[in-house]
Design a protein. Structure first.
Length: 264
């Protein structure tokens, strides 16, 4: 196959179970599956791997990496999140005088674990005060589910946790019904390919957990071939990114991270 036109999936180390499953699915479709940037040749390079590594190679590989805006969760109505959520900075969160759940909006930051903090003084002091964070009320999820969304429809999914403990399993109709409700209300604010987590609270109500990048998400018990469809759209050639997805390109993240007036 001509390396200039070959379709390639780059699975950046370390290789996870999800990467192995996606690699197998891609190979069945005729993709060249490679583990190093040196082998990622051709105009059709797609990516599955960590965010920091992706940032280092995206330009040289011509990757268009889609991710949800930092403020998406904070902009949802209370009925869909069942807690007050706002986007602020780490400096703002350090002024908290009450117990709250604090996390980075999307990519994990090792120095800032997503956790419940008793007040703002417990937050790490070594990070840039301008680092964006989501601050929310504390709720308990009885079960949490991961959905892979393509063009406003959940095409694959899996349960991933029960009472905070890893426990992959199948979806059920209630999850799909709530996902349809969320996507009808808020899909326009997400890229066309995205990972969305939702959950059932201990009081039986449903709530959105967060939205994230499919190219850096475990598939758990979801069907790998369908997950691959979402990953290929979310992390592929920059030249093929549709106009409606351009605002969600990762290189635009800094412009989308500033806290807006609609946080809740």
């Amino acid at each position: 196959m001509d390396h200039r036109t070959a379709r390639t999936l780059l699975l950046h180390p370390p290789r996870t179970s999800t990467a192995e499953l996606l690699g197998q699915a891609a190979a069945w479709r005729g993709y060249d599956v490679v583990a190093h940037v040196a082998g990622a040749r051709g105009r059709g390079v797609h990516w599955y791997g960590g965010a920091l590594a992706a940032d280092r190679v995206a330009e040289q590989l011509g990757l268009g990496l889609l991710e949800p805006g930092d403020d998406w969760l904070a902009g949802l109505p209370y009925a869909l999140v069942r807690r007050h959520v706002r986007l602020t900075t780490l400096a703002g969160a350090r002024r908290l005088t009450h117990r709250a759940f604090v996390k980075p909006p999307s990519a994990k930051i090792d120095a800032l674990p997503a956790a419940v903090y008793e007040d703002g003084t417990r937050l790490p002091g070594t990070l840039d005060p301008a680092t964006p964070v989501l601050v929310s009320g504390v709720v308990e999820f009885a079960a949490e589910y991961r959905l892979f969304v393509l063009d406003g429809e959940a095409v694959a999914g899996s349960r991933y946790a029960v009472y905070g403990r890893l426990d992959p399993g199948p979806l059920d109709g209630r999850v799909r019904g709530f996902a349809r409700e969320v996507l009808r209300a808020a899909a326009d604010g997400l890229p066309s390919a995205v990972c969305m987590d939702v959950g059932r609270l201990t009081d039986g109500t449903w709530a959105v957990v967060e939205a994230n990048m499919p190219w850096f998400a475990h598939c758990y018990a979801a069907e790998p071939d369908r997950v691959l469809d979402v990953v290929l759209r979310a992390a592929g050639p920059r030249a093929r990114v549709a106009d409606r997805d351009v605002p969600f390109l990762r290189r635009a993240a800094a412009r989308r991270s500033a806290p807006g007036p609609h946080g809740r």
